[in-house]
Ligand binder design. Structure first.
Ligand code: NAD
Length: 281
């Protein structure tokens, strides 16, 4: 079951399905990533703020799989938006991951109420990492349309991806549409709403009909919409379940019925990007 590759606006290719490691404790991360790689995942989504980059790097190194076969994403901590801090933090990311480059590096949150609202100089610093080749691709996360419009007006590189919260309870269509119109790939975080959508009767009814689990149906919905996903689990049986998405299909009616579960901002499991301002110490 080959995972499709999606071509980014810089020509690089990203596996549409990966493995996310948010909230996996450092001491559990080597085991989880090792299991994921064994199952066949070749795309790992981590972040400086997850505090498990070192363990992600260790698991990849120990696996014996060529570095070039694994797509690694990390993200700039909210604490390091100022250019000099970002440069130092990026050096530390590469060193923790034990690699000379990441496939993708993202600004984790726009933090429009912090740093005098200046995420533009942060983005220009990300562009440096792309130009020197240590980040094969660069992008953003949790950027709303006005944030993206500002990057478009004030800088000369369009982000390769925008990683935002998307699942049946927040379909985030306005941001997805802007992304699509501007050649930005949407990455859907918390694709199963951290498990919240799995008991939804619309999802379970479709799952019964197609003989798949609610998680598989929800993940397949994202795949057919074209977004990149990286569900998280520390349970190898669930990791395997979440990887088996390419031998069945949902109908257009199924896709619409799941999309109709959208609750807008009410459906978020995470904070709102316009107001989120947490800076870790
Ligand atoms: P998710 O939607 O992937 O849900 C994960 C939870 O669902 C797990 O903890 C597990 O309890 C449960 N689960 C997983 N597979 C299951 C299955 N098959 N059956 C039943 N339950 C199952 O949520 P997430 O971890 O928040 O999001 C995925 C990834 O997205 C993260 O690991 C991270 O890489 C990324 N993310 C990014 C941001 C951001 O701000 N950029 C925010 C949150 C998450």
């Amino acid at each position: 079951m080959a995972v499709p590759l999606i071509t980014l606006n810089d020509g690089n290719r990203i596996p549409q399905l990966g493995f996310g490691v948010y909230q996996i404790k450092p001491r559990d991360t080597v085991e989880a990533v090792t299991a994921a790689l064994k199952i066949g995942y070749r795309h790992i989504d981590t972040a400086e703020m997850y505090r498990n980059e070192r363990e992600v790097g260790d698991a990849i190194a120990d696996s014996g799989i060529d570095r070039g076969e694994v797509f690694i994403t990390s993200k700039l901590s909210n604490a390091f938006h100022r250019p000099d801090d970002a440069r130092k933090a990026f050096d530390e990311t590469l060193s923790a991951l034990g690699t000379e480059y990441v496939d993708l590096f993202l600004i984790h949150w726009p933090l429009p109420t912090q740093y005098d609202g200046d995420f533009v100089s942060t983005w220009n610093t990300m562009i440096e990492f792309a130009r020197d080749g240590r980040a094969r691709s660069v992008g953003v996360s949790n950027f709303q349309v006005p944030h993206l419009e500002r990057l478009a007006a004030e800088t000369d590189l369009v982000p390769a991806v925008n990683q935002i919260e998307v699942h049946p309870y927040i379909t985030n269509e306005t941001v997805r549409a802007y992304n699509a119109e501007h050649g930005i790939v949407t990455e859907a975080w918390s694709p199963i709403a951290q498990g919240e959508v799995l008991d939804d009767p619309v999802v379970t009814r479709i799952a019964d009909r197609v003989g798949r689990t609610p998680a598989q149906v929800t993940l397949r919905w994202h795949i057919q919409r074209g977004d990149v996903i990286f569900p998280k689990s520390v349970n190898p049986a669930r990791m395997k379940e979440n990887f088996e998405l390419f031998d069945f299909e949902l109908t257009g009616e199924d896709l619409d019925a799941i999309a109709a579960l959208d609750k807008g901002d009410e459906g978020r499991t995470g904070p709102h990007p316009d107001t989120f301002d947490r800076i870790p110490r």
